[in-house]
Design a protein around this ligand. Structure first.
Ligand code: AMP
Ligand code: GLY
Length: 425
């Protein structure tokens, strides 16, 4: 189908990147964003809507004549917004509320993986401090404790401090305690209609707030793609051992997963393991990955949303590298300082191989200000990872954002060839 009108729901960097890639599809006639952010408002018609209100999103989609609704974040998916849109007779890219439990509950995801025979960390579901203490001692340090429900990437603690692990569990309520997984992490995104899975190019995300992977977990401080150190056959192995059995298990349960299956992996010394599933595109990996996609994204997502993914061939990519570096507000993730002004080039217009996606920004009169934890993502592409990195940091250095900060080591090790190649899958 061509001449598509597409409504992107969400307000973050991922949604800005999705809108950019969908708008670049010649089969797309119009892009709308709801509620969006100052970056998307600049480029596309925008609509104030409560993104957690399914009937309101469905009514908006009907009003603008949308052929496809793409739901970016997890919260509306878990709240059933995709179900409301489909009930209104409009194609929607995003899983049902039931299928989104793959992200909405760590314990649900573990059950599915267990039933499907998907390799993942051994784990224990715990409700009380005693249960947590027992599980911590069973697995030993480093300790991994995960809040069961949604936590915007911040519900997980990895620590060798047993008391800190216990305190985190207490603050979270129901938790999953699991064995520690060593080895580099990979994010693999798979577009699926519930039966067929179409993988995107793998990326790596930087979860910790500080240089050298120090400090607490965040939603993600930067990412790059492709992964020069990843073994051949990685994507095929994940499709065969993780994606196919998971899609089959979800279908068997009567809750097929259609949308974006985000497979978070650790390539451990004992082989690949799933760290987590998410039910939507990753942020900020999407900003890097989509900047290299040459396939028509709007049409591909429409095919997935209407059960026709078998008709779509493998996705095509520019043979380059891409890096995104997130500029966050001082104090992120604990207490980001909002209101700081941001000026500089490219805040609204891309410049050859560099563009800026907005995330937690707002307008104070004419001035762009920080309004959330992760504020902007600077995306650069280049013939090599090193060149893409260089251009991303050159663009960041031109920003005037005194209350912001960013990691200076995004993709540094990979660009310098310092990540030992992974050989066993
Ligand atoms: P999650 O929300 O499950 O993705 O966890 C957030 C981050 O915590 C992951 O990206 C990892 O960096 C880290 N993490 C989660 N589970 C484990 C584990 N079992 N072993 C080591 N690190 C983990
Ligand atoms: N970048 C990690 C996530 O989107 O969950």
């Amino acid at each position: 189908m061509t001449d598509l009108t597409v409504l992107v729901v969400g307000s973050g960097g991922r949604e800005h990147a999705l809108a950019l890639a969908i708008a670049a599809d010649p089969g797309v006639a119009a892009v709308h964003v709801a509620p969006g952010n100052p970056g998307t408002w600049h480029s596309w018609p925008s609509h104030a809507v409560d993104q957690l209100d399914g009937p309101a999103v469905a009514a908006l989609a009907t009003e603008i004549g949308a052929d496809l609704v793409v739901i970016g974040p997890e919260a509306p998916l878990v709240a059933g917004v995709a179900d409301s849109v489909r009930a209104a007779g409009i194609a929607c890219f995003g899983p049902s509320a039931e299928a989104a439990q793959l992200e909405g509950s760590k314990q649900f995801a573990k059950d599915v993986m267990m039933a499907a025979g998907v390799p993942t960390a051994a784990s224990r579901f715990c409700r009380t401090r005693d249960e947590v203490a027992k599980a911590l001692d069973e697995f030993g340090p480093p300790y991994v404790v995960k809040q069961d429900g949604l936590a915007a990437g911040k519900g997980v603690i990895v620590t060798s401090d047993r008391d800190a692990a216990l305190d985190h569990a207490q603050a979270c309520g129901d938790v999953v305690v699991e064995e520690y997984l060593d080895g580099p992490e990979v994010s693999l995104f798979v577009i699926t209609d519930g039966a067929v899975g179409l993988p995107l190019q793998p990326a790596q995300d930087f979860k910790r707030v500080g240089e050298g992977d120090a400090g607490p977990n965040t939603g993600g401080m930067g990412a790059y793609t492709p992964l020069p150190w990843a073994p051949d056959g990685l994507v095929d192995a994940v499709m065969e051992r993780v994606v196919a059995p998971t899609l089959a298990e979800m279908a068997l349960r009567g809750t097929p997963f259609a949308g974006l299956l985000y497979v978070g992996l650790a390539l451990t010394s004992r082989g690949l393991r799933v760290v987590e599933f998410n039910a939507r595109f990753g942020d900020p990996e999407t900003q890097a990955v989509l900047s290299l996609l040459t396939s028509p994204l709007g049409q591909v997502l429409h095919a997935a949303a209407t059960g026709h993914l078998a008709d779509v061939g493998p996705l095509a990519w520019r043979d380059e590298s891409a890096v995104v570096v997130v500029a966050a507000a001082e104090g992120y993730p604990a207490a980001p300082r909002t209101g700081g002004a941001i000026t500089g080039p490219r805040l609204y217009e891309s410049d050859d191989n560099v563009h800026i996606v907005h995330a937690g920004t707002a307008l104070d009169g004419e001035t762009l200000v920080a309004a959330g934890g992760r504020v902007l993502g600077v995306v650069a592409t280049g013939p090599t990872l090193d060149e893409a990195r260089h251009d991303a940091y050159a663009a960041l250095s031109q920003l005037d954002f005194p209350t912001g900060f960013w990691r200076t080591d995004i993709a540094a090790k990979a660009a310098a060839g310092l990540i030992p190649p992974v050989t066993s899958l």
